[in-house]
Design a binder for this molecule. Structure first.
Ligand code: SF4
Ligand code: SF4
Length: 279
């Protein structure tokens, strides 16, 4: 049985991500032309995935000022909130959470590397940008789990409307299954969007885990607890990981707060320097 707090947090995250997906799909069904989380907006006001923008810009060898502003808005949010999109908005994360088993009690201590070196996702990011420049199209967008998830949902909508099955109904789930189930370390170690958001948020101090050492069993009684670390899907140990690593990797998912038996972990809106290093 999951702790109540953890279950509540997961329910809130599940509901948030489901609401985003439903809103976008219903807007598509109603032909409102608002787009997807890759590029979303109405009229002159749009926001755009910064990785999509970088790839397009390199592929076309131009800055595209209109899109630069749209992507810049998201980049500013990422500077403040790092990888929050991974924890709260990404539909691929939602799909993974459906298949993920209860980790709070049974998972081993985090390896902080996911079996792959920490630089892997940055290498994927560099390869993504270089290949987009060389090949003249946004390479990662073709296989991005976010775009594929919406592609699949819209293909299902078309199936209902036209009753004509299309090949994408087979191809998209196959690619998504490889990315999210076979490549289990996708989100933490391979996703170039997560890498870019983490880099942008690497100086953030907003909504990052803070340990109240007066409540922590390990700090006050020397108990070999590590429940917060075991709960973290990103392999972070909120007590011991370096602040820079936490800022870059944390998705603000709040799993660690629910896992702590004494309520010692919180995600304060703004963690001061003392709080960040004083865990
Ligand atoms: S440190 Fe806490 S909030 Fe951050 S990713 Fe890990 S479990 Fe989620
Ligand atoms: S789960 Fe709570 S008590 Fe256990 S090590 Fe983490 S902060 Fe300390």
């Amino acid at each position: 049985m999951l702790a109540k707090a953890t279950q509540r947090i997961r329910t809130i995250r599940f509901s948030t991500r489901t609401a985003v997906i439903l809103f976008i799909v219903l807007a598509g069904v109603a032909r409102l032309g608002l787009g997807t989380t890759c590029s979303f907006g109405a009229g002159e006001i749009t926001i755009m995935c910064p990785l999509g923008y970088l790839q397009l810009s390199l592929a076309n060898r131009t800055l595209m000022p209109g899109l630069l502003i749209s992507a810049g808005v998201v980049a500013v949010i990422a500077v403040l909130l790092g990888r929050s999109f991974c924890g709260w908005g990404c539909p691929a994360g939602l799909a993974r959470s459906v298949f993920k088993r209860d980790r709070v009690k049974s998972a081993p201590a985090p390896d902080n590397g996911g079996g792959l070196p920490g630089w892997t996702r940055y290498a994927v990011l560099g390869g993504t940008l270089a290949s987009s420049f060389a090949l003249g199209f946004p390479v990662f967008c073709a296989i991005c789990p976010v775009g594929l998830t919406f592609g699949l949902l819209f293909a299902l909508v078309r199936l209902v409307e036209t009753r004509q099955p299309t090949l994408e109904l087979l191809l998209i789930p196959a690619v998504l299954a490889v990315e999210l189930l076979v490549l289990r370390k996708w989100c933490k170690s391979l996703c170039p969007l997560g890498a870019l958001l983490g880099l942008l948020g690497s100086r953030s101090k907003v909504l990052l885990p803070f340990i109240n050492t007066e409540k922590c069993l390990a700090a006050t009684q020397g108990v070999d607890c590590h429940a917060c670390a075991r709960a973290c899907p990103e392999g972070i140990d909120p007590r011991q990981s370096a602040p820079a690593v936490i800022a870059e990797d944390c998705t603000r998912c709040a799993e660690c707060t629910g896992a702590c038996p004494t309520g010692a972990v919180s995600l304060p809106v703004l963690a001061g320097e003392k709080a960040m290093v004083g865990r």
